[in-house]
Write a protein that binds this ligand. Structure first.
Ligand code: ZN
Ligand code: ZN
Length: 319
């Protein structure tokens, strides 16, 4: 690699890191950060919290904690992994979609489903979110239940303070696993609908984002990783995971471990017996618990400790 290639690579990495703020497909897109702040303001007022809202929202202990600095460094490191390792796979979803479509067409020919094009687009728009959420749930479930995967997923749970960027505090190995899961689920479903809609499929979007994802991001998704206790009423928390339910997922209280594994929908947790609603939980602290927190209190420890623990994890029985 010569110098100009190196500069090109640096630019690419910088672009990936910056895209988090300027791309509507990212949860920390500036507009979603603003709407989350507005919701936080409403909750702040409703809960009659004392003090100044700006100081409450931009609490230095949250945003500039060593935990938060580790989040930021992991985002930068993962941007490198995305450019160097994952970039070649991004075209792979399209390849899987085309291969899947080809497989069905060669088996069944062109079929008439009886649905109008709009109906197919509507079903596809919903299904792609539901299926992707289910795959995310299953992968997350396995990360908690299989000891060697848990070693990598601990990095997300080692955060002692939550801020919206904690969403991206994941070990590069988990980043790769999650991306591969998404490539396969999106690829296969898209291929199936390309077949059903005779190649003319699209998604209902807003700002270029699936409308359902847009709504999810717009209505406070950033508060999941925050100190703002945004809860839904109890029945809704059986359908949709509220921000506070994800905070429960990060709780360092063993009674809360392995609960609320869902991302958007709560009914997966309901079905798998891992649902815990807000009304059953009061105060929580974040992290892995006192004994383990120290093994993950720097950026480099978060990168290395999972590998150090691997041999032990391989010989441990599933929990
Ligand atoms: Zn988890
Ligand atoms: Zn989280």
């Amino acid at each position: 690699m010569d110098f100009s290639e190196f500069i090109g690579l640096l630019q690419e990495i910088f672009k990936v890191a910056l895209s988090y703020f300027v791309s509507p497909s990212k949860r920390v897109f500036w507009l979603y950060l603003i709407t989350s702040a507005i919701i936080a303001f409403v909750i702040f007022k409703a809960s009659k919290t004392k003090g100044n809202f700006i100081n409450y929202l931009f609490n230095r202990k949250v945003w500039l904690s060593t935990s938060a600095i580790t989040d930021y460094l992991l985002i930068l490191f993962n941007a490198i992994v995305k450019v160097v390792v994952l970039a070649p796979f991004f075209g792979f979803a399209l390849y899987i979609a085309k291969s899947t479509e080809h497989f069905f067409v060669s088996k069944y020919g062109i079929v008439d489903t009886g649905f109008t094009n709009f109906q197919l687009i509507l079903i596809y728009t919903i299904l792609i979110v539901v299926l992707n959420d289910f795959i995310t749930f299953i992968l997350h479930y396995l990360m908690h239940k299989i000891p060697f995967l848990w070693e990598f997923h601990k990095v997300h749970h080692s955060a002692r303070r939550l801020n919206p960027f904690t969403q991206y505090r994941i070990h590069p190995i988990e980043l790769i696993i999650n991306n591969l899961g998404e490539v396969f689920s999106k690829g296969i479903l898209t291929g199936l609908f390309l077949f059903l809609a005779a190649g003319k499929i699209s998604i209902i979007t807003f700002l270029g984002v699936n409308i359902l994802n847009f709504l999810f991001y717009f209505f406070g998704a950033n508060l999941r990783h925050s100190h703002v206790k945004f809860k839904y009423f109890n029945f809704l928390e059986h359908i949709l995971i509220s921000p506070f339910q994800h905070q429960i997922h990060h709780s360092n209280n063993p009674a809360h471990y392995d609960t609320n594994l869902g991302s958007r929908f709560a009914f997966w947790d309901w079905m798998f017996g891992t649902l815990l609603t807000s009304k059953n939980v009061d105060k929580i602290g974040f992290g892995l618990g006192r004994e383990e927190d120290n093994a993950y209190n720097t950026f480099s420890k978060n990168l290395i400790t999972p590998f150090k623990n691997l041999p032990k994890a391989f010989f441990k029985k599933n929990t």
